[in-house]
Design a protein. Structure first.
Length: 267
């Protein structure tokens, strides 16, 4: 039995199939962790959703910003972007079943020495607190009236955490940190405009995982989201977005021995 983690898929179904064949993934014995952004930009998000849903407990995913965008578009909260490739899902006969299943997925996953989130955690959040905060969003998303709670999901403010936040402000900060953040200040002020490589980070900001005294640093965090960072592995971080949808590579890591597996993508 092995546990693998795979980076951002973004609709690249063929690459996903090739990679799980390459690692000889056995759904009857192995586990697969997916860092989110399952859908969008790539050519076949629909097949990915169906495959992951059908895999049941063999595959565990966390929600990324593109996955949440799909749910918000389907609910009429957000508009389709020019670069979106979500229409086949929205037109599918099993659309409602797939979207309901997607709303049941986690924002944060923790097991043993590892935890998984799409983008990152703010420096003051411990693994325990992160799980509790993610659960607040997950509960709201699973309610039948979730469009009411998420009508104000989009926005960059507040861009820092305060324990006293309530309502949509609280949910927005949790979602933005866990699905959009790349960099922040040592005090946890997030910058959402930056999408570049680590060498071009604005003065005063650091990669969220490089912050001193980060409360979650005793656990190895698995994430994606930052394609300009690429595959990046340290003692307590495994970043797996190697830009498959942009013509980079799709990356996997076997957690037991940290062996890396990669295949080239067409983009």
């Amino acid at each position: 039995m092995a546990t693998y983690a795979i980076g951002d898929l973004q609709g690249c179904f063929n690459a996903f199939q090739k990679l799980i064949d390459f690692i000889q993934f056995d759904p009857t014995q192995d586990k697969l962790w997916l860092v989110g952004d399952i859908v969008n930009r790539g050519p076949d998000s629909l097949s990915l959703l169906r495959t992951i849903k059908q895999a049941g407990d063999a595959m565990v995913m966390v929600l990324g910003n593109h996955d949440l965008h799909l749910l918000m578009v389907a609910a009429g909260i957000a508009k389709v972007h020019r670069s979106d490739t979500l229409q086949p899902i929205l037109d599918a006969p099993d659309r409602d079943e797939l979207l309901h299943w997607l709303r049941q997925q986690k924002l944060f996953h923790s097991a043993g020495p590892y935890a998984m989130v799409h983008a990152g955690l703010l420096p003051s959040w411990s693994i325990t607190q992160a799980g509790q905060l993610a659960h607040e969003v997950e509960n709201a998303l699973r309610q039948d009236n979730y469009p009411e709670s998420f009508a104000h999901m989009y926005g960059n403010d507040p861009h820092y955490w305060r324990d006293g936040w309530t309502g949509y402000q609280r949910l927005r900060v949790i979602i933005n940190a866990m699905t959009r953040m790349r960099i922040c200040t040592p005090e946890g002020v997030m910058n959402f405009a930056f999408k570049g490589d680590p060498q071009s980070i604005p003065t005063g900001y650091l990669p969220w995982f490089s912050l001193p005294q980060r409360a979650s640093q005793e656990t190895t965090l698995i994430c994606g989201h930052w394609s300009a960072l690429g595959l990046y592995v340290t003692d307590n971080l495994i970043a797996l977005d190697s830009g498959c949808v942009w013509g980079g590579q799709l990356s996997a890591i076997r957690l037991e021995d940290r062996q890396i597996f990669q295949i080239p993508c067409k983009g």
